[in-house]
Write a protein that binds this ligand. Structure first.
Ligand code: NDP
Length: 311
């Protein structure tokens, strides 16, 4: 079987940036797109914070541009999902990666850019208004709700951070916390409670997101008083955590308790020689398209260096 130089798993900003660098370095990379070609960005409408797009760009268009740029230098894209990996533990060893349970690829290096998926509540109305008022990223979409009222769901550090971020842009922010306390760190909670236009509603659960073409209200349940009420809001932000898409690597790659891949400090190196990680699969902190792209570049440079040391 033919052995390739570089296999990239994932088609978000990290994967395609790795592909651009790897193909320009003549590694002839093959990129496996995964279930959601283009990654999480394809679920947002406009991206306005990625440098180089002064007028903004839709997430889908931006990812098409990334893909075209990678293909221009010879990246081969494959639509498929990785179903099994068998990583060699020795330097210079060949890694085996199974696609859709039928095609096995043999490769000297693997760049993992499988991203993360935001957790959702699982409501029908949440799906209906995705990208039309429902978002899981305040930094990406908050700007579109300037001077409007919005709801944030969650009680952890992400929720505290997103709610205080939104409070700077929006008229009023309601933070729905399902318990009678927040899990967020004390300092983050302090910031929340000291923000005037941010109201924390403890013991509140979301029943339904309402609207016409876009969101205009959220129906909530007060579990303490056993009452329902309507909050008028045009934005509904989920901040109930993310799941890194790394399940398939369990048992082979080092990861933290949540599943984020652990890389060597300031590098993309995993515990397996020749396997590199980039983007949201290894970043629980920044989670931005631009930081993912940067780490994809790092992974490609690390892969190139690794290969040159084998020669
Ligand atoms: P967490 O898992 O810490 O918190 C998730 C929150 O969402 C909890 O309050 C949880 O409620 C709530 N939640 C979960 N499911 C539901 C649901 N179905 N309905 C309503 N609420 C729900 O996730 P985070 O993303 O906040 O944080 C992840 C990690 O990243 C943490 O370690 C955090 O400290 C870190 N982080 C650090 C930041 C910083 O330091 N600047 C910023 C952001 C994150 P409950 O408490 O009831 O389970």
């Amino acid at each position: 079987m033919k052995i390739i130089e570089c296999l990239i798993i994932g088609s978000g900003p990290a994967g395609y940036t790795a592909a651009i660098y790897a193909s320009r370095a003549n590694l002839n990379p093959v990129l496996i797109q995964g279930l959601q070609p283009g990654g999480q960005l394809t679920t947002t409408n406009d991206v306005e914070n990625y440098p180089g797009y002064p007028q903004g760009v839709t997430g889908s268009m931006m990812m098409e541009d990334f893909q075209k740029q990678a293909e221009r230098f010879g990246t081969k894209n494959i639509f498929g999902t990785v179903t099994k990996v068998d990583f060699s533990k020795v330097k210079g060893g060949i890694h085996k990666v199974m696609i859709d349970n039928k095609t096995e690829i043999h490769t000297k290096t693997v760049i993992i850019s499988t991203g993360a998926s935001a957790k959702y509540l699982g409501l029908e109305s949440e799906k209906k208004y995705m990208g039309s008022g429902v978002s899981a990223c305040a930094v990406c979409d908050g700007f579109f709700f300037k001077n409007q009222d919005v709801v944030v769901v969650g009680g952890g550090d992400s929720a505290a951070e997103e709610a205080t971020y939104l409070a700077k842009l929006c008229k009023k922010v309601y933070l729905l916390v399902r318990k009678d306390e927040m899990r967020a760190s004390k300092i983050m909670q302090k910031r929340v409670f000291e923000t005037n236009n941010l109201e924390v509603l403890f013991n509140h659960e979301t029943l339904e997101i309402q609207g016409e073409k876009t969101v205009n209200a959220v129906k909530v349940f007060d579990s303490k008083n056993k009452t329902e009420k309507i909050i008028n809001a045009t934005g509904f932000f989920l901040a109930i955590g993310h799941n890194p898409n790394t399940e398939i690597f369990k048992g082979q790659l080092d990861m933290d308790d949540v599943g984020y891949l652990i890389t060597k400090s300031d590098r993309s190196l995993t515990n397996i020689p020749g396997v590199f990680a980039s983007g949201d699969a290894q970043d629980s902190i920044y989670r931005q398209a631009i930081t993912a792209a940067g780490s994809g570049c790092m992974a490609a440079l690390d892969a190139e260096k690794y290969l040159s040391e084998l020669d």
